[in-house]
Every structure is written in structure tokens, then in C-alpha cells.
Write a protein that binds this ligand. Structure first.
Ligand code: SAM
Length: 246
């Protein structure tokens, strides 16, 4: 078995196994996570998060929750873009938060931005705590997406908004011409060279290709109680920003 084939396909495993795999993967990759994200996306990830940060609207609590914050890039972008807000980032893998803590200190944001270890499915906050609950590239890793969306809804104030930034399989012609060769050849080669756990990037490809289509995901947002749904298609549709209101 090749190293990058080490994780089983996400559509063939149970929820608990998927969650265990996600925890293991993100425990092993934080050191090179930011570098590889920028390299593999040709820095589009930076533009996608900034676009999401600019779309946020604060009006009541002036607080943002960044769910599955990882190394805190979305949380930091939002804090820089909206100087009047306080931000909390949560992630269930402590190792992912370590580079985030360092970046927050370097940018002088420690007084306005907290990171804590917590599970997206059991957020340690009372109902109605935030104006915006956001997540970038997190929800793909949560097998129970409806539960995750509902938990984000619970902590929003009335009129609050959810923002989900996520990659999806792009339209067929782009997939055939560019995406498949890139995901199947270029990305694993780069990951093998730079990452301590190249198999994690096999999981990344698999999880993107198995994420619901935009139409299906918007339907899940509606089922979770969000309205006035929007989808912004970014970079030829390989990434979407989904917005909904309470
Ligand atoms: C691809 S990373 C995204 C990190 C960051 N938001 C970004 O924009 O780069 C996915 C993150 O989701 C976190 N995660 C997955 N499931 C989670 C859960 N149930 N609760 C909290 N964090 C979770 C992982 O630990 C990982 O840090």
C-alpha cells in the first residue's frame, strides 16, 4: 500500500472512525499546515478567507465564533478587518491551535482574539452569544454536518449569520481538465515532499470530492433553520462561501 493510500475512503467508514481519523490527521500536520495550504492553493486560500471576513456583519454582540479555527487564519483576518469585534476560535485538536496562538501574539491581537480547544458539536457557549458563526474548510471534516450547523445556529443571536467557506468538487469540465490531474498527481507529490504525513493529503482530496454539491449543502443549511441563503462561487467554483441568516 502506498503511504498516501493509508486512510480509508470517507464514504466507506462510520462516523466515529471518520472523527478519529480527522483528529489523528490534524494532530500530525500543524507544522507545515499554513505553508502547504498557501502552496497547494496558489495562495487562493488567503483571498477566500479575506473575502469571507469582509462579508461578515456585526450589529449586536460584536462577537465572532470561528469554528474549527485550526491555525486561526479566518479569525485573524476577521479581527483585522473589523477592529471593533471580539473573536473566539475553537478547534478540537490542540496542536492546530499552537501556530495560531503565535500568530495572534505577533499581530498584537491577544486582547481581542481567544482560542480554545472545544468540539464543534458541543460548543461551550450559551445560546445567542455571537453575531456571526463562521467556519473555513472545517465542516467537510465533520461527518454529522446537520448537527454542526444546528450547533452554530444555537449560539447565534436572532438576525445573526452563519458563513461557511468550503471546497467542493468543481464543475465536470474543470474537474476533468485541471482538478483531477492536480489532485491526483501534483498535490500528492508536493505533500510527499513537504509533509510529515502525506497520507493526510490523500484524505484531503477524498473529503473534497465527497462533500455535498452546493445545492445539497444549501438544502442542509435551510433544514438547519437558516434563511436568505447565498452562495458565492470562488475561483471557478472550486470553493464556495455559503451565507445564511437566522
Ligand atoms: C482543514 S482544517 C481548517 C482550519 C482553518 N479553519 C483554516 O481555514 O485553515 C480543519 C480543522 O477542523 C478541525 N475540526 C474537525 N472536526 C472538528 C470538530 N468536530 N470540532 C472542532 N474542530 C474540528 C480540525 O481539527 C482542523 O483543525
Amino acid at each position: 500500500m502506498k503511504d498516501e493510500d493509508r486512510y480509508p475512503p470517507v464514504n466507506g467508514i462510520g462516523r466515529e472512525e471518520h472523527i478519529g481519523m480527522v483528529r489523528e490527521i490534524f494532530t500530525t500536520i500543524p507544522g507545515r499546515y499554513d505553508f502547504l495550504n498557501h502552496l497547494l492553493s496558489l495562495r487562493r486560500d488567503v483571498a477566500w478567507r479575506r473575502f469571507a471576513a469582509r462579508k461578515m456583519v456585526f450589529f449586536d454582540t460584536f462577537r465572532l465564533l470561528d469554528v474549527a479555527t485550526g491555525t486561526a487564519d479566518l479569525a485573524i483576518d476577521a479581527a483585522l478587518c473589523h477592529p471593533g469585534i471580539r473573536v473566539t476560535g475553537i478547534d478540537f485538536v490542540r496542536e492546530m491551535l499552537v501556530p495560531g496562538q503565535r500568530k495572534i501574539a505577533e499581530r498584537g491581537l491577544a486582547g481581542r482574539l481567544d482560542l480554545l480547544q472545544a468540539d464543534a458539536l458541543a460548543l461551550p457557549f450559551p445560546d445567542g452569544s455571537f453575531d456571526v458563526a463562521a467556519s473555513a474548510f472545517g465542516i467537510r471534516n465533520m461527518p454529522d454536518r446537520l448537527a454542526a450547523l444546528r450547533e452554530m445556529r444555537r449560539v447565534l443571536v436572532p438576525g445573526g449569520r452563519i458563513q461557511i467557506l468550503e471546497m467542493n468538487a468543481p464543475p465536470k469540465w474543470i474537474r476533468r481538465l485541471f482538478f483531477a490531474p492536480y489532485l491526483n498527481r501534483v498535490l500528492p507529490a508536493i505533500a510527499r515532499f513537504y509533509s510529515k504525513n502525506p497520507a493526510a493529503y490523500g484524505y484531503l482530496v477524498d473529503s473534497i470530492l465527497n462533500f455535498p454539491t452546493p445545492g445539497v449543502f444549501l438544502e442542509m443549511m435551510a433544514q438547519s433553520g437558516f434563511r436568505e441563503l447565498e452562495r458565492h462561487s470562488l475561483t471557478l467554483g472550486i470553493t464556495s462561501l455559503y451565507i445564511g441568516r437566522l
